[in-house]
Design a protein around this ligand. Structure first.
Ligand SMILES: [Zn+2]
Length: 639
């Protein structure tokens, strides 16, 4: 048992640790805005409407004078005719969760669920009053964005206090948030409060909520939620009054509420986050598990004899996942993390995730792994998800695949093969758009999904091929150390990789991250010469790459070769047995080299045998001179 004093000391050290990391970004001249939220929420679980009071203390760390600010009122998306509704009606492959087929299987007629919401089923946030330092403000609502004209411009380095009174209604669960989900979760409260839009070196990001995720201002949250006493809440932040609440949060782990009165007021604090999410249901089971040298894990799921066992088995695996990510990316900096059964498939939030619960154990572990991985890739390394969707979905998928391989005890030379296949299929389909596309403006959801998740994961996995796996591991940790608690950009990951590896890598970000150029290399010929054999490769695709090559001999041995890419100005570390050849410049379409071996002794020549290079046509990656069934007729090579 820890003494109370040592606990307080630990918590104090911890909070200081989190604080001192804020605005941790080594880029010269980097700045980021800061906002502290204080909110009081009163929820009516009969109508699913709530009243809110919000105080923001906003610090303008930018070098600019601000005469406007913007808030997101995300819940307004769940209204007929909203931008989200119109996009849903116009896209060729709408999200299945958001539409209903009112036709037949053969002749589907797809209807937007948002378009059918009745007045008591829509979502909204209505602003009743808004002041800046006590002065009333003028504002307009455009779809999900509140446009606010300031009474007094905020100068660089100045603070302003905004007080808002608002009322809101939780929509029927359609996407991410809502009430009364299919699994019976009463309240999934994501993207639910008036949220200040981010202003950064690229200006305002007051994006309308059309489909995708968020970019937020770092700050501290102090949130009080009053709700019927039998509701259990899970979410962002540390509960300040567990002994008044109970529901498993108190020292005695009381099942059910402690306090009297019809409602309990839950008081949470969350330091240094850029979002705040919660969920509530009267039928949640709540269990917790301490991760050694890590946070307290909370599990909240709807009591159900069919899934209870899976939710129990999920708990120790979640602790392993937490440890894996902490060791391989960077130490989890908060005191708690909650896995909560919510209304949507799975979505990452600050210190928690909301996932659907009616899953197989493997399904539960898979989604928890992916969403928890986002704690690092987007939450702590807070890239703008609208602009760089591949840095959160892709990098999250990459590290999650490694974690899943590790905890399953399997070994795999390439745990990312599924991502490679998905990307290559997209690249060959004609539907690919570059990763620079805003996540809301892909022509198809499919093209968004494969680009963000699969190509993004390949970006990272293939970077390991380019700079070497050990360099990649160090790069990921250094990227976390340098950029956690800030808003890194694509250049930051590639510059980190350059500094770690000593290689020039801008070409990699440009071709793979900003264009749809593809990789296609081929083995063209293997020719007998006076001195042995000449092997010739061709570059057929536009994207340059360094080449790993294996020459297999008929006696069962092989030799590995490495062809450095001239524009990298160096080589990745290779094993001593690998022969490093001369540089190949991108402008030359062909590359030839000689081996002092008779052609008759060569069985096959293969580019990248581990398949970590995302070559879109691997039919020409290997040239086989002697097939396996012809081998027995070949004489043995000895000595
Ligand atoms: Zn994701």
């Amino acid at each position: 048992m820890k003494t109370l004093f040592s606990r307080i000391l630990l918590i104090a050290i911890f909070l200081v640790g989190v604080k001192s990391n804020s605005q941790n970004n080594p880029n010269p001249g980097y700045w980021q805005q800061h906002v502290d939220y204080t909110m009081e929420i009163d929820m009516n679980v009969e109508t699913f409407q709530y009243q809110g009071k919000q105080k923001l203390v906003y610090t303008n760390n930018s070098p600019d004078v601000l005469d406007r600010v913007f808030y997101h009122l995300y819940l307004n998306a769940f209204q007929p005719g909203s931008n989200m509704d119109m996009r849903l009606q116009n896209i060729a492959d709408p999200d299945g969760r958001m539409v209903t087929n009112v036709g037949t299987k053969e002749n589907p007629i797809i209807e937007s669920r948002i378009s059918k919401l009745k007045p008591n089923e829509i979502g909204y946030i209505k602003v009743a009053s808004l002041t800046q330092n006590g002065k009333p403000l003028e504002y307009d609502v455009a779809d999900t964005v509140l446009e606010v004209k300031l009474a007094t411009p905020i100068k660089p380095g100045e603070k302003a206090t905004f007080d808002m009174v608002f009322s809101a209604q939780v929509p029927l669960q359609i996407r991410r948030n809502g009430r009364n989900s299919r699994e019976g979760i009463d309240l999934s409260m994501a993207q639910w409060y008036p949220k200040l839009a981010e202003y950064d070196f690229e200006g305002w990001h007051a994006d309308s909520y059309i489909a995708r995720e968020f970019h937020g201002v770092w700050g501290d949250f102090d949130v009080k939620i009053s709700i019927d006493r039998n509701y259990v809440i899970g979410g962002t932040g540390y509960l300040q009054n567990p002994e008044e609440i109970g529901h498993g949060y108190d020292a005695n782990k009381t099942k059910g509420p402690i306090g009297s009165g019809e409602k309990l007021t839950w008081h949470f604090k969350a330091p240094n986050v850029h979002d705040y999410t919660w969920a509530a249901d009267p039928d949640y089971n709540h269990e917790s598990l301490q991760v050694p040298d890590g946070p307290m894990l909370h599990f909240l799921w709807k009591d159900n004899p069919e899934t209870n066992e899976n939710w129990k088995k999920l708990q120790p695996v979640t602790a392993q996942l937490m440890q894996f990510f902490s060791e391989n990316v960077g130490k989890y900096p908060y005191e708690q993390y909650s896995v909560i059964q919510g209304g949507d498939g799975g979505m990452e939030y600050a210190m928690c995730t909301l996932i659907t619960g009616g899953r197989s154990l493997n399904g539960l572990i898979g989604v928890t792994s992916h969403e928890m991985a986002h704690t690092w890739f987007q939450f702590l390394l807070a890239t703008n998800e609208g602009k760089h969707e591949w840095m959160d979905e892709g990098f999250g998928s990459y590290i999650s695949a490694l974690a899943m391989t590790e905890i399953s005890g399997r070994t795999s030379e390439n745990p990312h093969l599924g991502s490679y296949r998905g990307y290559i299929r997209l690249a060959n389909s004609g539907y690919e758009q570059p990763l620079t596309t805003h996540s809301d403006r892909y022509d198809l959801n499919r093209a968004y999904g494969t680009a963000a998740y699969s190509k993004g994961a390949v970006f990272m996995a293939q970077l390991g091929y380019v700079i070497g796996e050990d360099n990649l591991k160090t790069t990921i940790k250094k990227y976390f150390d340098d950029y956690a608690f800030s808003h890194p950009t694509p250049n930051d990951i590639i510059r980190t990789a350059e500094k770690i590896s000593g290689l020039e890598l801008d070409w990699y970000l440009i071709d793979f991250g900003q264009t749809t150029n593809t990789i296609d290399y081929g083995v063209t010929s293997v020719e007998a010469t006076d001195k042995g054999t000449t092997i010739t490769l061709d570059r057929k695709g536009l994207m340059p790459m360094p080449i790993d090559l294996r020459v297999e001999y008929v006696d069962g041995t092989f030799e590995d070769f490495y062809i450095p890419l001239e524009m990298m100005r160096g080589e990745k570390p290779t094993p001593e047995s690998t022969k490093v050849l001369s540089d190949w410049s991108w402008a030359n379409k062909s590359f030839s080299f000689g081996v002092a071996v008779d052609k008759s002794k060569i069985k096959a020549v293969t580019i990248d045998p581990i398949k970590k290079m995302a070559d879109v046509d691997d039919s020409n990656n290997s040239l086989t001179l002697v097939k396996d069934d012809e081998l027995k007729n070949k004489p043995k090579i000895k000595g």
